[in-house]
Design a protein around this ligand. Structure first.
Ligand SMILES: *[C@@H]1O[C@H](CO)[C@@H](O)[C@H](O)[C@H]1NC(C)=O
Length: 142
């Protein structure tokens, strides 16, 4: 209850900062870090993704996708920009990718944090599952 109030207070104080979302991924698999902003397309000129509240790991401008940086590790979904979806994919997870990623949309000033949790796996995985493990019980056996 108290924790709930604190979280609420925190969210109110940090206006525009949405509550943290978490994504679980597995070593060697891709993971999608979600970020959507649909309020006003004119306010989406640049999308930056930060890792650990510090360094920018990936950046793109939905208006001029041809200028988007090439990255061996990250990719955005061009076909999704129109629907306000600025999620990115980490192509192949390594254990050190775990942590908090922040999606920052300017000049909208929209900020969202996504916590990435990484697990190691024994390779039994539904390839369509985009980072969600379909058999969580197997992990208990490790
Ligand atoms: C955004 O696009 C990605 C890739 O197509 C998809 O996995 C994800 O579900 C989409 N998110 C939303 C909110 O539509």
């Amino acid at each position: 209850m108290i924790v709930g109030c604190l979280i609420y207070l925190f969210a109110v104080l940090l206006n525009k900062v949405s509550l943290e979302v978490s994504v679980t991924g597995y070593v060697g698999d891709p993971a999608v870090l979600p970020c959507s902003y649909t309020e006003d397309k004119n306010k989406v000129q640049e999308v930056s993704w930060k890792y650990d509240h510090k360094k920018i790991v990936y950046e793109f401008s939905p208006e001029s996708p041809q200028s988007n940086m090439d990255s061996e590790r990250f990719e955005s979904f061009r076909d999704e920009y129109d629907s306000g979806n600025y999620s990115i994919k980490i192509k192949k997870l390594v254990i050190t990718d775990k942590g908090v990623y922040t999606c920052i949309i300017t000049p909208a000033d929209y900020v969202a944090n996504i916590k990435l949790i990484i697990k190691e796996q024994t390779k039994i995985q539904d390839p369509s599952s985009k980072g969600h493990y379909p058999f969580p019980m197997l992990l208990d056996w490790l």
